[in-house]
Design a protein around this ligand. Structure first.
Ligand code: ADP
Ligand code: MG
Length: 518
């Protein structure tokens, strides 16, 4: 049934047509920074010891088809999602109750929470916070024949290091360019045309979010040194060009100075000055100093990045500082899968607490796929039955409180995995119904090779949100939203047979939407 959603696509190319398309794709991509550093499996480390090479990011040859109604639906809820998650991050009591359930069974969450408690004790030095969020969806096909046969269901909501905004704008431009130079055969013109190809404003919009936070800081905190935005990055970062697009736009369009700082160097290269202002001293610029307006986390979201107490000290150092954090630690915690589950468990009463506008809340509700706890609540016990039954488990995915890909357990592997785990650890996971998006044909160019076949797509919609926390007696109780706008989209596409979709994790590709009225 699901295979019939899309028309046959893409056309089969002659060898000459494919060569023409690929030559254009490769040259355009490198010229425009639609690029990544190669994996060592593709270019051996001894051939590129300085890690100076770049290669085309994994991309689809054709823009994938995507139902226009679903695209519109996902964009329409973007601001409400930012509203929701900023409200959760500003409701310490509610969030604390959820975190409490995880403390003893999840070290990482426990350590994040401890950082919050430590900073809370002396008082936060900054009440402004920036969220550059991304809400991810897949198309769900319902059995009913009604108008809403196709809708989007949310895979997850990212509150930290939401990546690929830089490359997403580029891949949409790439597909438009390929169309303009006739790389797509004439027969596709009913599908691929100027009206159906969808640009993504993610680069200008995400950069604008950072620039707005920077300006808000300059206005309210009156820096007495030049101010900069600090991109906090991983030591080895393949996806550096994705981040560079945002840096260059901040530089060119907003006149905002940016620096890149490896998470491992935070304590060496930054210090806290008067009023806990974060001072950055770049080792390359002989003693010159900048005051950090915004710390933009593109690192620090995975337990593997915290190898010693020093790494936790670095996280606390930043959280203590007066820089605006993107995100702050409560916002990071709000993005945990457990929060998503608490909101999306059928009949959950929680959404109404945060979204008072009933029609906005209903629109969000319609994007939730069923998610269950694995604790000893009624819903949890029911979920345990599903997860341990080899037949029933086929329809589910089991997720820990982690980000960044490669952590989930899928379908038939769930019962065996749970059996290998003490029951006391089960509540650290959530059980989510698999969304089964319709497949279509496409071809992915990755590591110099083309792979054609059936693919599935995941749409991400970015949102930028700047707010000011209200603190009463040392506890965060609510916030005032200063900016909230949708910030472009991302389409990621992977082989229909693969469970994970991470581009960086090595399973997927970046893509753009060719919208289709279905
Ligand atoms: P992470 O935080 O590691 O990115 P996700 O929840 O996004 O975790 O899961 C990783 C990938 O697994 C997704 O990009 C998607 O391809 C797949 N996936 C996760 N949940 C579902 C689901 N409910 N239905 C279908 N695929 C899913
Ligand atoms: Mg994800």
């Amino acid at each position: 049934m699901t295979n019939a959603v899309y028309p046959p696509y893409p056309p089969i190319l002659t060898q000459a047509e494919q060569e023409y398309l690929l030559t254009n794709l490769k040259d355009w991509s490198i010229t425009h920074g639609l690029a990544v550093r190669p994996t060592s499996a593709y270019v051996a480390e001894d051939l590129d010891p300085a890690r100076a090479l770049a290669t085309t990011a994994p991309v689809t040859l054709f823009p994938s088809l995507f139902p226009r109604s679903c695209f519109d639906q996902a964009r329409a809820v973007s601001q409400a999602y930012s509203e929701l998650y900023s409200a959760i991050a500003a409701d310490e009591e509610w969030l604390g109750e959820i975190v409490k359930e995880l403390l003893e069974i999840d070290d990482f969450i426990e350590n994040l929470w401890k950082v919050h408690l430590a900073v809370k004790k002396e008082g936060y030095a900054q009440s402004l916070q920036l969220g550059l969020f991304r809400s991810d969806y897949m198309v769900h096909v319902s059995d009913s024949d009604s108008d809403s046969r196709l809708s989007v269901k949310q895979v997850e909501f990212n509150t930290i290091a939401s990546s690929f905004g830089g490359l997403s704008s580029q891949v949409a431009s790439l597909h438009r360019y390929l169309h303009s130079v006739d790389a797509y055969p004439e027969v596709t013109s009913l599908l691929i045309n100027d009206a159906s190809l969808q640009s993504s404003g993610s680069v200008p919009q995400l950069a604008s979010g950072l620039a707005k936070a920077h300006r808000a800081y300059v206005k309210s905190d009156k820096p007495n040194r030049p101010a900069c935005v600090l991109f906090l990055v991983q030591d080895v970062e393949r996806n550096v060009f994705d981040q560079r697009h945002l840096e260059y736009t901040l530089n060119t369009d907003h006149g905002v100075r940016t620096f890149r700082l490896a998470f491992s160097r935070v304590l060496q290269d930054t210090s806290l000055g008067h009023d806990r202002k974060l001072i950055y001293t770049p080792p390359s610029l002989s003693g010159k100093q900048w005051e950090v307006s915004v710390v933009y986390f593109r690192a620090g979201y995975a337990p593997t990045e915290y190898n010693s107490q020093r790494d936790w000290d670095a996280r606390r150092h930043i959280e203590r500082s007066a820089a605006i954090k993107c995100p702050g630690i409560l916002t990071h915690l709000a993005g945990s899968k457990k929060v998503q589950q608490v909101l999306a468990t059928p009949h959950s009463p929680h959404l109404a607490r945060f979204l008072h506008d009933k029609s906005a809340a209903d629109k969000l509700l319609a994007t939730f796929a069923p998610i269950y706890p694995l604790d000893e609540s009624e819903a949890g016990l029911e979920a345990r039955k599903l997860a341990t039954d080899p037949q029933m488990a086929q329809k589910y995915v089991l997720k820990p409180q982690r980000e960044g890909g490669g952590n989930n357990i899928y379908r038939s592997e769930i019962p065996g995995f749970l059996q290998s785990l003490p029951k006391t650890k089960w509540p650290a996971y959530i059980l989510m119904e698999m969304i089964e998006p319709p497949t279509q044909g496409n071809a992915i160019f990755r590591n110099g090779e083309v792979q054609s076949g059936e693919v599935i797509c995941e749409l991400g919609v970015y949102g930028a949100c700047l707010w000011r926390d209200k603190v009463e007696n040392g506890v965060v109780k609510g916030r005032g939203v200063l900016e909230n706008f949708e910030a472009g989209y991302l389409l990621r596409t992977k082989g229909a047979g693969s469970s994970e979709g991470g581009v960086a994790a090595g399973f997927g590709s970046v893509d753009s939407c060719c919208l289709l009225d279905l």
